[in-house]
Write a protein that binds this ligand. Structure first.
Ligand code: R1P
Ligand code: URA
Length: 302
């Protein structure tokens, strides 16, 4: 019987040399990568790849869909990663393993807007970068009692004080996008979509679509009534809220200079006004904005 994979204490590979989650091996992924959330958006954007060169496509058993081809004769990959920060972690770390050159990675996602003047159907470029907010499960533990066992009694240092003084949400400081790549995204997006539909703003990536994005759900004790106000107070330039960009920017920073990253998102909903984007506008922005994102990547001189 063969083991399921090799090299478990580093970046493991399957026995056909593919990485465990992207399901790719060397040569199947480019050094310029556009990541998106859903496979439909990746397929739509991949229509813009050159028809004159072969297009490699693969969906891994873990749900990553990759298209690698050329655009204006430069190699590029468009990869649908699904949702959430761990999926971005798989992408960045496994891509880093598979490509020997420096990486350029961008994200084109969807987001909610956090101020009334950021219209649905516009695009926000994460500039200067992204903060992050995470639900803090320790704050939801029962208060310590003299008789019962609480997490504080088990390990008071690790849990950081009594539950009633722990904040229910932890906010992490900004991770900055690459300023030159960001400028390139802004330029191409404004050119394709019109400058009135594209703006900069601080992004916030949340650990959930629900609790840590301030959505109400009577079935759960989330204590998030004041969360969006608290975030806006701490970061007055906050414009967009989604779930992956922070991880991309934080990993680029940790990459010892081998990954440059930037991000933009389509505003599908405005949280303060309750407006939601219509389907036709979203499809237009995914295709036209996505093509602008690819153009910025392939024209970028690294
Ligand atoms: C939530 O609906 C998802 O939409 C946003 C969030 O970041 C999260 O992944 O981005 P995508 O549309 O790129 O998936
Ligand atoms: N994606 C998110 O994560 N939040 C929104 O409000 C919209 C899209």
């Amino acid at each position: 019987q063969r083991n399921v994979y090799r090299d478990t204490n580093a970046v493991p590979r399957n026995f056909d040399s593919t990485t465990l989650h992207l399901g790719l091996k060397e040569g199947q992924i480019a050094s310029r990568i556009l990541s998106v959330g859903c496979p439909g958006r990746a397929a739509l954007i991949a229509k813009a790849l050159d028809k004159s060169s072969p297009i490699f496509s693969h969906t891994s058993p873990r749900g990553f869909t990759t298209y690698t081809g050329t655009f204006e004769r430069t190699r590029v990959s468009i990869i649908a990663i699904g949702m959430g920060m761990p999926m971005m972690d798989f992408l960045v770390r496994e891509a880093r393993q598979l490509v020997s050159k420096p990486l350029l990675i961008t994200r084109f996602g969807t987001c909610g807007a956090l101020c009334p003047d950021v219209a649905v159907g516009s695009v926000v470029v994460a500039s200067p970068g992204s903060v992050s907010v995470m639900r803090n499960p320790d704050a939801f533990l029962p208060l310590p009692t003299s008789s019962g066992t609480s997490a504080d009694e088990i390990n008071p240092i690790a849990t950081g004080g009594a539950p009633h003084v722990r904040p229910p949400y932890l906010v992490f400081a900004p991770q900055l996008a690459d300023p030159i790549l960001t400028q390139a995204l802004l330029g191409e997006l404004k050119e394709q979509l019109g400058s009135e539909h594209v703006r900069r703003g601080m992004n916030v990536s949340a650990c959930s679509f629900y609790s840590s994005q301030g959505r109400r759900d009577v079935f759960f004790d989330d204590r998030n009534e004041d969360l969006l106000d608290m975030l806006r107070e701490r970061h007055p330039s906050l414009a967009s809220m989604e779930m992956e960009s922070f991880q991309l920017l934080a990993l680029a920073r940790a990459s010892r200079g081998s990954v440059r990253a930037a991000a933009a998102s389509i505003v599908v909903a405005n949280r303060p006004t309750g407006d939601v984007c219509d389907e036709a506008r979203l499809a237009y922005l995914e295709r036209t904005g996505g093509e602008a994102m690819v153009r910025a990547l392939v024209r970028f001189e690294d």
